[in-house]
Write a protein that binds this ligand. Structure first.
Ligand SMILES: Nc1ncnc2c1ncn2[C@@H]1O[C@H](COP(=O)(O)OP(=O)(O)OP(=O)(O)O)[C@@H](O)[C@H]1O
Length: 301
């Protein structure tokens, strides 16, 4: 079987625990992401989501294991991987516009200055930043605006893999909704692959093709891969009417509320740990013909 676009193989991360011992965040974790997929990861604070994200971004090295993208092992950051962090990490001495043109110039060295600028402005406008505001420095923007700049910056570079670490956390509900819609629009028109950390279950169901569920640490596991069996395009008001919505949501809530703890803290036996695929389909067609509908697997609730 050929490797997926992004392949995480036997990833193990240990840190000193501060008391002379070792903290194993996760071990032998393996999973794959196909090109063009939108995958969210959900898990409680401290289970290791940001650690995985930093490794995928090439900003940290795992204790052992490997990550390959497009067949090449990830080592160090690359323009092929765009990152949006919770804490927006903009360059404080550059204007909003220049924070975006900076990467575009590097990515498209053949473009003229005005082409680069028009491209950057287009992406800033998509996240609602237009007019004089693009000449302001990050310190002159609100937290939500800064977050929008960092989202525009990542999108404008057209990375093959977009890594989003709670990108909408600092945004008010209204802006959050608008930018989620923009994200879906941009993603829908490209072959971009998205890996996103979120704490928001409804956001994950709205956006993702699949949700990876992590158990609590230490020895956290990427335990399940839950397919979001709700067709696209999805609309935040209509999606809740879909017969699969609450079935999937309840499954996620149950996992995070109960099973993530029950499964926590168990050292593995050295074997590779892959998430169990879970497919929940309550649509009339699936219920009427369970023979043809793929089975619901690994569900304890
Ligand atoms: N550089 C480090 N040195 C020591 N321990 C670390 C380091 N980085 C992370 N950890 C520990 O590894 C574990 C996983 O941290 P991580 O930030 O990946 O969790 P997370 O799931 O992203 O949490 P949150 O949702 O709160 O952001 C935590 O116990 C954390 O204390």
């Amino acid at each position: 079987m050929s490797k997926p676009f992004l392949s995480i193989d036997r990833l193990t991360q240990q840190f000193p625990d501060g008391q002379g011992g070792t903290l194993t965040v996760f071990e032998n974790a393996s999973f794959g992401i196909e090109q063009g997929e939108f995958v969210c990861i959900l898990g409680h604070s401290g289970c290791g989501k940001s650690t995985i994200m930093n490794i995928l971004a090439g900003l940290a090295e795992p204790t052992s294991g490997a990550v390959t993208m497009d067949g090449a092992e990830i080592s160090g950051p690359s323009l092929d991987r765009g990152v949006v962090f919770q804490n927006y990490s903009l360059l404080p001495w550059l204007s909003t516009l220049k924070n975006v043109t900076f990467g575009v110039k590097a990515r498209e060295p053949g473009w003229t200055k005005s082409e680069v600028e028009a491209h950057a402005r287009k992406y800033l406008a998509m996240v609602g930043l237009e007019g004089d505001v693009v000449h302001r420095k990050p310190s002159q923007l609100s937290g939500g605006m800064r977050q929008r700049v960092s989202i525009a910056r990542a999108f404008a570079n057209h990375p093959k893999l977009l890594l989003l670490d709670e990108p909408f956390g600092a945004l008010d509900a209204l802006t959050r909704g608008t930018i989620q819609d923009e994200l879906l629009k941009i993603w829908g028109g490209t072959e971009q692959t998205v890996f996103m950390i979120t704490h928001d279950i409804d956001e994950a169901i709205l956006l993702a093709d699949r949700i990876l569920l992590m158990t609590n640490g230490p020895f956290a596991r990427v335990s399940e891969s839950v397919e979001i069996t709700i067709p696209r395009p999805r609309n935040r008001t209509e999606i809740v009417e879909h017969p699969n919505y609450y079935a999937i949501r309840n499954h996620l809530v149950h996992f995070l509320g109960l099973r993530s703890k029950e499964l926590a803290g168990q050292q593995g036996d050295g074997a590779e740990q892959r998430p169990t695929p879970v497919r929940i389909d309550k649509t009339a067609a699936a219920e009427a013909d369970p023979e043809t509908a793929p089975p619901l697997r690994a569900v304890n609730d």
